[in-house]
Design a protein around this ligand. Sequence first.
Ligand code: HEC
Length: 139
Amino acid sequence: MGVDSAKIIKNKSLMNTKTIKLVLFLFVGLMGLNACYYDSEEELYPSSGDCDLSNVTYSGTIVPILNDNCYSCHSSSFPQGSVVLDNYNDLKTHVDNGRFWGAVNHESGYSPMPQNLPQLPQCELDKIKTWIDNGALNN
Ligand code: HEC
């Protein structure tokens, strides 16, 4: 009798340990799956979510991008290729003749810009495109 009940208790606690291990395993496994799921979604859609195209303006969006990537070679004081981009009117001229977008978007027939540097990140290209599509306003 005494031995039997001890066995049962031992078996029970063994079951419990197994169950707990199984639950833990499933839980950790699901968390891992979740992480993988988000990872692959980020890889598939790198610019979705992060790239806010809702408030694109000349002063707030375009000027900072050009300041970081283009003014060093295209300022009024020393414009390379006679291309001035550091004021609205000159920039607008190159927007309207298509050279600005052709250059940053690396289209054939245009010199790829920024010169000798990697193309601008997709989100910045999307912002520039949005600004142009909205009429390239001086806002
Ligand atoms: C390291 C210097 C340098 C940087 C940085 C640079 N450019 Fe240029 N860019 C040049 C030179 C030099 C030319 C003229 C020679 C040529 O067309 O390759 C030029 C030409 C251009 C042209 C005329 C292209 C054509 O095919 O007619 C445009 C538009 C332009 N740049 C825009 C930009 C923009 C926008 C940026 C920033 C995203 C930028 N550049 C960054 C040096 C630079």
